[in-house]
Design a protein around this ligand. Structure first.
Ligand code: KG4
Ligand code: ZN
Length: 346
């Protein structure tokens, strides 16, 4: 079964083709980052309009580069139905549902975070449940027990900012523009360890929850103190970036280790945009090895939003007997605990 996946939940118009038994045939991502950077954040109305402008060219480019004939070859269409920006979601979901109808093929509404979670396992082939998952993106910080396809127990989550949001806000503070998570990570490579020590959030709390807004405030106070001393030079910025990143990573690592020890699960999946952070990967890899746990993560280009995660999650559900109705429903908020197993697995 060849599935066309469409992702438009935020500021990337992304499309992919996934074929069962063969794998990913191709994927294209059009980023609106330049459009929103002047505003210091995503403007929802502009995001929706730009998705409407780019969705056909991105689908065409994906099919052309993969040598796929949209009308002849595509067996199903999967699209993101939430969580995300309402207007942005509506463009991709309405387009995807209508395309499936006009091609007379099944359609499937996909949960964005389930897409992030499952694409980490795409390269590994079959998914072996149960496993632990750390989902770290611009909108979510979730520690999950994935019991089966569609059965997710939330073990911990951020009580305030998502970790990606904290990276972006700290990056903005350091003058790195928006979205700045990857740029902050780049700057941190030039930082000197130990010049600044940031407190590790929630380290002493016995649960599996996270909190990142205090870390962001700590960074702000540190930057202000440096500014007051007229000492906020390039090296100081890099040192703040590193101290922030190290504390954020430590917080994620501590809770993952605790979850491994509590659940005795031997597989940890890391996904979502912040999963592209190399220092985080290295730290988690060392921890997982020490705990006798296998770490799975997607290739870097499939950590941030992409169409492959929607095509693959859609394919997994479609082959287990799930299909969406003709009417399109999108959800800005959609807790993962509300997901259900597809019919053949229920
Ligand atoms: O998954 P994603 O593309 O979109 C959402 O679903 O939110 O995640 C985007 C987030 C942003 O906050 C971005 O700054 C962050 O992931 N991010 C990173 C890195 N690359 C992207 N954060 C830290 N280090 C990176 N290398
Ligand atoms: Zn995402």
């Amino acid at each position: 079964m060849l599935v066309l996946g469409i992702e438009t939940s935020c500021d990337e118009t992304a499309v992919a083709l996934y074929k069962g038994g063969t794998g990913l045939l191709g994927h294209e991502i059009y980023s609106q980052a330049n459009l929103h950077s002047n505003f210091g954040g995503i403007v929802p109305e502009l995001a929706a309009r730009d998705h409407a402008r780019k969705i056909v060219p991105v689908i065409t480019a994906t099919c052309d580069s993969a040598g796929v004939d949209l009308v002849q070859d595509v067996d199903a269409v999967a699209f993101t139905a939430g969580p995300g920006l309402m207007g942005a979601l509506l463009v991709g979901a309405t387009f995807g549902r209508t395309l499936a109808w006009s091609l007379d093929v099944p359609a499937l509404a996909v949960h964005h975070m389930e897409g992030h979670l499952l694409v980490a396992l795409m390269a590994a082939g079959e998914v072996n449940f149960p496993f632990l998952a750390l989902l770290v993106s611009g909108g979510h910080t979730l520690l999950l027990k994935a019991k089966a396809l569609g059965e997710y127990e939330v073990l911990g989550e951020s009580l305030d900012d998502a970790v990606g949001e904290a990276f972006d806000k700290t990056a903005k503070l350091l003058g790195l523009g928006y979205p700045g998570g990857a740029r902050l990570a780049e700057l941190a490579t030039k930082g000197v360890t130990g010049r600044f020590e940031f407190p590790v959030p929630m380290a002493t709390k016995p649960n599996l929850d996270f909190s990142f807004s205090g870390l962001k405030t700590h960074a702000m106070l540190q930057v202000r103190a440096l500014e007051a001393e007229d000492a906020l030079d390039d090296q100081a910025r890099a040192d703040v970036a590193l101290a922030f990143q190290q504390a954020a990573i430590r917080a994620l690592l501590l809770k993952c280790r605790r979850a491994i020890r509590q659940t005795h699960l031997q597989q940890l999946v890391v996904a979502g945009g912040v999963g592209a952070n190399l220092a985080l990967r290295e730290a988690l890899l060392a921890m997982a090895e020490a705990e006798g746990c296998t770490l799975y993560y997607p290739p870097t280009d499939l950590c941030t939003d992409n169409g492959a995660m929607i095509a693959y999650a859609g394919w997994l559900r479609l082959r287990n007997g799930e299909q969406s109705q003709l009417s399109v429903k999108v959800r800005a908020r959609w807790p993962m605990s509300e997901l259900r197993a597809p019919p053949k697995l229920a």
